[in-house]
Design a binder for this molecule. Structure first.
Ligand SMILES: *[C@@H]1O[C@H](CO)[C@@H](O)[C@H](O)[C@H]1NC(C)=O
Ligand SMILES: *[C@@H]1O[C@H](CO)[C@@H](O)[C@H](O)[C@H]1NC(C)=O
Ligand SMILES: *[C@@H]1O[C@H](CO)[C@@H](O)[C@H](O)[C@H]1NC(C)=O
Ligand SMILES: *[C@@H]1O[C@H](CO)[C@@H](O)[C@H](O)[C@H]1NC(C)=O
Ligand SMILES: *[C@@H]1O[C@H](CO)[C@@H](O)[C@H](O)[C@H]1NC(C)=O
Ligand SMILES: *[C@@H]1O[C@H](CO)[C@@H](O)[C@H](O)[C@H]1NC(C)=O
Ligand SMILES: *[C@@H]1O[C@H](CO)[C@@H](O)[C@H](O)[C@H]1NC(C)=O
Ligand SMILES: *[C@@H]1O[C@H](CO)[C@@H](O)[C@H](O)[C@H]1NC(C)=O
Ligand SMILES: *[C@@H]1O[C@H](CO)[C@@H](O)[C@H](O)[C@H]1NC(C)=O
Ligand SMILES: *[C@@H]1O[C@H](CO)[C@@H](O)[C@H](O)[C@H]1NC(C)=O
Ligand SMILES: *[C@@H]1O[C@H](CO)[C@@H](O)[C@H](O)[C@H]1NC(C)=O
Length: 493
């Protein structure tokens, strides 16, 4: 009998044996995010850590999450399954973007992409509709898959989608009208949701033969319930001439003309259209990204899983490759791995070049709930963990600089003590305040309130104890230096 995840393709969603991982709780707000255990061993780049844990986490902790380098929570979004939570630029401004929706056991999803400004107001919700076929024929509000949510320099969004179709799979040991997943991508206008460009891997069958797939047609695969996942699209980057698409199950990246035709292919197995120099191998990859593109060549960075649930050999690495179009070569430049902690990530993951000058790289290990930052010499400067291996996953993870003043007020809660009260204060998502002031108030609507205590910020939640507070109402304010950034409601206690 094949294990359940064999037919499920490549995304390990939940653990078989649930394992407990500690979570945080707060008095001022009902959040239960997983604890982020941080081991910082060097100088890191500036920014916060952006994660989207799911699986064996508390419901009140399965959300888009931001942490700082000390492991303090900074922001928790609504309870939902998310992917690709990060900061991007839209029209010259920093925005946060993430996918949210339903994840299928087959390792893809149906959802939409949310774009929030630096007050956390949702300014755009990008959706995709069309005549998509689903495993149970049920229609969905939006067919955007979880794997990519990339804003282009032209302020459009690149997303993936999976469509079910019947196809002749006899060339690879299947049946003549088996069900398979076609891998699509779309470029969408963010304001109108209009489709500007689209692409289907199956339409390129002459240039992407099914026989090159490393995903085999398993025994119980080929039905509408369990379609064959030939390609598994998982990343798209805009390039000077069109796009670069990563197809995980082909161990390949495809450089596409704007019209969808394939110009060249780089393969992690044998180089594809290029001769391999040094170690230029990769397999079952994620997050393939293009840098420094010229007419002569480009740099390709990717998360080299090198593992699947059925194929676990060498450790996962972060890979950087140089492609030379004149010499027709692909040269291995970097291969990042932590010698103290070799990881076998069977699904998901990301590789983020943080800084082109010092070459720091941030990696999220997908099905293994760990992130690591490497310096320019390939040394680990930070490792952090937020769940048991293969029980909590974050599809991708990023370090991003982010400054936000939420549109909501700070939260406050008070518990009485024998001599007074303890005040708990937090302001979800606020990045810049560093101290609190506590005021006593005479009524819920009083405005001329009297300062009775102050405290420096201590992580997500700060508490102060009050002895014999003068009234039974209080209010708190969050400040940066002496500038008030936000004020809570007056609350009775
Ligand atoms: C406020 O504190 C009380 C107990 O002191 C608790 O029952 C309540 O859930 C807290 N409210 C929030 C929003 O956490
Ligand atoms: C922290 O990281 C260093 C360097 O990778 C390693 O030697 C050490 O064992 C780690 N400590 C813990 C507690 O994981
Ligand atoms: C970008 O800014 C222009 C000019 O203000 C505006 O018309 C356009 O809608 C904006 N695009 C997005 C995606 O916000
Ligand atoms: C999905 O595949 C079906 C065939 O199964 C096809 O009729 C439909 O047009 C495809 N949808 C899209 C959006 O390409
Ligand atoms: C494929 O065809 C064979 C022979 O006709 C049949 O036994 C098998 O059930 C088919 N498989 C699927 C998944 O339809
Ligand atoms: C796409 O453009 C390339 C280069 O102009 C051309 O060779 C190719 O035939 C075009 N493909 C399609 C499908 O139009
Ligand atoms: C790259 O992969 C190929 C095919 O699996 C293998 O023959 C070769 O030894 C690998 N090269 C390196 C440098 O690991
Ligand atoms: C990209 O180009 C810049 C400028 O030429 C250079 O400093 C940088 O090292 C290059 N990055 C890579 C990864 O080659
Ligand atoms: C990148 O690293 C260099 C060298 O440490 C530093 O001077 C520069 O400020 C960094 N750039 C950014 C954008 O952080
Ligand atoms: C406070 O103001 C609200 C609405 O402005 C009002 O309904 C309420 O009665 C006021 N409470 C007191 C104690 O004045
Ligand atoms: C708060 O922080 C400032 C500067 O970081 C420090 O000078 C001050 O003593 C701190 N106050 C308290 C009450 O800890």
């Amino acid at each position: 009998m094949v294990p359940w995840w064999y037919t499920a393709g490549s995304t390990l969603l939940l653990s078989l044996g649930a394992a407990a991982w500690d979570y945080s709780t707060y008095n001022s707000i009902d959040f239960q995010p997983p604890k982020l255990v941080v081991n910082k061993t060097g100088t890191t780049e500036p920014g916060f850590l952006f994660l989207g844990p799911r699986g064996d986490v508390r419901p009140a902790g399965q959300a888009a999450l931001i942490y700082d380098d000390e492991g303090n929570l900074v922001y928790e979004g609504p309870e939902e399954v998310t992917a690709n939570f990060m900061v991007q630029q839209l029209n010259g401004s920093d925005v946060i973007t993430f996918w949210a929706g339903d994840m299928m056991d087959l390792g893809y999803g149906y959802g939409s992409v949310h774009i929030l400004d630096n007050t956390y107001q949702e300014i755009h919700t990008v959706t995709l509709t069309g005549d998509f076929v689903t495993p149970d024929n049920s229609p969905r509000d939006s067919y955007i898959d979880l794997h990519e949510s990339h804003i282009t320099p032209r302020n459009t969004l690149l997303v993936t989608a999976y469509n079910l179709t019947q196809h002749d799979l006899t060339s690879i040991g299947g049946n003549s009208s088996d069900w398979m997943l076609d891998s699509h991508f779309y470029e969408i206008d963010i304001v109108t949701n209009k489709i500007l460009n689209s692409w289907s891997a199956l339409e390129q069958e002459a240039d992407i033969p099914l026989t090159t797939s490393h995903q085999k047609v398993g025994k119980d695969v080929g039905t509408q319930d369990a379609p064959y996942d030939a390609y598994h699209i998982n990343a798209i980057t805009p390039t000077n001439n069109g796009y670069l698409v990563s197809l995980r199950h082909m161990w390949s990246g495809y450089y596409l003309h704007n019209n969808g035709s394939i110009i060249w292919r780089v393969s992690g197995e044998d180089g594809g259209d290029f001769k391999q120099i040094g170690n230029a191998n990769f397999s079952w990859q994620h997050d393939m990204r293009v840098f420094n593109e010229t007419d002569e060549g480009l740099i390709l960075n990717l998360f080299n899983n090198a593992n699947t649930p059925t194929d676990s050999e060498t450790p996962t690495t972060g890979v950087s490759l140089a492609i030379d179009l004149a010499k027709k070569t692909v040269t291995g430049l970097r291969s990042l791995t932590d010698p103290n902690d070799p990881i076998h990530s069977v699904s998901q993951g990301s590789y983020q070049l943080l800084n082109e000058t010092d070459s720091h790289v941030f990696m999220d290990y997908g099905s293994i709930s760990k992130v690591k930052e490497f310096d320019g010499d390939g040394n680990v400067v930070l490792s952090a963990q937020f769940g048991e291996d293969n029980s909590v996953a974050s599809y991708r993870g990023y370090r991003c600089q982010w400054s936000a003043v939420p549109f909501w007020k700070p939260s406050v809660n008070v518990s009485r003590t024998s001599t007074g009260a303890t005040v708990y204060m937090s302001w979800n998502g606020a990045t810049d305040y560093d101290n609190w002031v506590v005021y006593s108030a005479t009524s819920e609507n009083s405005t001329n309130n009297q300062q009775i205590s102050t405290a420096n910020r201590t992580g997500f939640e700060t508490s102060v104890t009050l002895t014999n507070p003068p009234t039974n109402y209080l209010q708190v304010a969050a400040l940066e230096g002496n500038k008030v950034l936000g004020t809570s409601q007056v609350i009775p206690f």
